[in-house]
Write a protein that binds this ligand. Structure first.
Ligand code: SF4
Length: 326
């Protein structure tokens, strides 16, 4: 009997909150409000939503940078905490690629020193093999061996992001969290970095969590897409389900704003105003002040339940509970 493959990452009912003090008052900002998902080895989940929706807080909780208020995170079936995968083990299992490759590299270190750092820290190879590993890492991201002798300022933005990816891969992670990895780059080189990440995902069996405010970026690389609004997933499904049959008005509005992307037909494409603050989320469906399709039930209660539309495709919207039998 073949062994079941464990998800690389399992997130269950995760809540991330920040306490903000103003005078004598303390207010709670619910940045992530009950998020659950799994990520398989070799799979890319695109996480999309406007800035402030909680994407980066979710990424930081997964990385262990912020402590969740509740919920659980598992890496390959083991709890991501001190009892199982904590500290250096967690840092080795999950690596992150940040938005800004200019500030992500130490300008005073050669690339050799930058890439050797994690190899030494995690004792991944004897000192005699470090040089070989550095050459392999550079080749993996499409750079020549002589890049090792240079400093970050000698590279273009795209090359620096390749170096950041090489540094992340040095510890052979299972999971790569990419937080807006191409948004600071020229449009002309974005596709190169996206293609590089896709190739590495396939070659190394990496689980990729690709975070972006732009559906146009994730649509080209994701196996599944999750749409996040004010701390919650409002729609999730395979890329073809979400892009060709978007069910949530917010997803349709995001799609309508992507030049050249598959345009969803039907109502709900209009979105008005700014996203409300997570400090004071609207009652009912948090999207209702901006939703062209809002009706009475949307404005009260604790928000719409999750409706399963087809296998693997679900969304939170009262319109769907009316259309799809329970
Ligand atoms: Fe719009 Fe109501 Fe659906 Fe929220 S629940 S997305 S307000 S129709």
């Amino acid at each position: 009997m073949s062994e079941a493959i464990l998800p690389a990452l399992t997130v269950r009912d995760l809540h991330v909150q920040y306490s903000l003090r103003k005078g004598l008052q303390t207010r709670i900002l619910r940045a992530v409000d009950g998020v659950s998902f799994t990520l398989q080895p070799g799979e890319c989940l695109g996480l999309v939503g406007e800035s402030g929706c909680g994407k980066s807080s979710l990424a930081q909780a997964i990385m262990g940078i912020v402590e969740p208020a509740s919920g659980s995170i598992e890496i390959a079936g083991l709890p991501a905490d001190k009892t199982a995968i904590g500290g250096l083990d967690r840092a080795r299992a999950i690596q992150m690629v940040f938005q800004d490759p200019y500030s992500s590299l130490n300008p005073r270190m050669t690339i050799r020193k930058t890439l050797a750092g994690p190899l030494h820290l995690h004792r991944l190879c004897p000192p005699s093999e470090v040089e070989d590993r550095i050459r392999t890492l550079l080749a993996l991201v499409g750079l020549e061996p002589d890049a090792a002798d240079r400093y970050p300022h000698a590279f273009s933005g795209g090359q620096r992001q390749r170096l950041c990816i090489a540094r992340a891969l040095a510890v052979e992670p299972r999971i790569l969290v990419c937080d807006e990895p191409v948004s600071a780059l020229d449009v002309s080189i974005r596709a190169q970095i996206i293609n590089l990440l896709l190739r590495l995902k396939d070659e190394l069996g990496l689980a990729l969590l690709m975070i972006s405010h732009d559906l146009g970026v994730v649509e080209h690389m994701s196996d599944r897409i999750a749409v996040m609004y004010l701390g919650r997933f409002v729609e999730e499904g395979r890329w073809d389900q979400v892009l060709s049959r978007p069910a949530h008005p917010y997803t349709r509005a995001l799609l309508a704003s992507v030049p050249g992307a598959t345009k969803a037909t039907g109502p709900g494409r209009r979105m008005t105003g700014e996203a409300p603050s997570a400090l004071r989320p609207p009652p009912g469906c948090a999207f209702h002040p901006r939703c062209a399709e809002a009706f009475e039930p949307c404005r009260t209660g604790s928000g719409p339940p999750v409706t399963m539309l087809e296998e693997g495709h679900c969304a939170r919207c009262h319109l769907l509970t009316e259309r799809v039998p329970a």
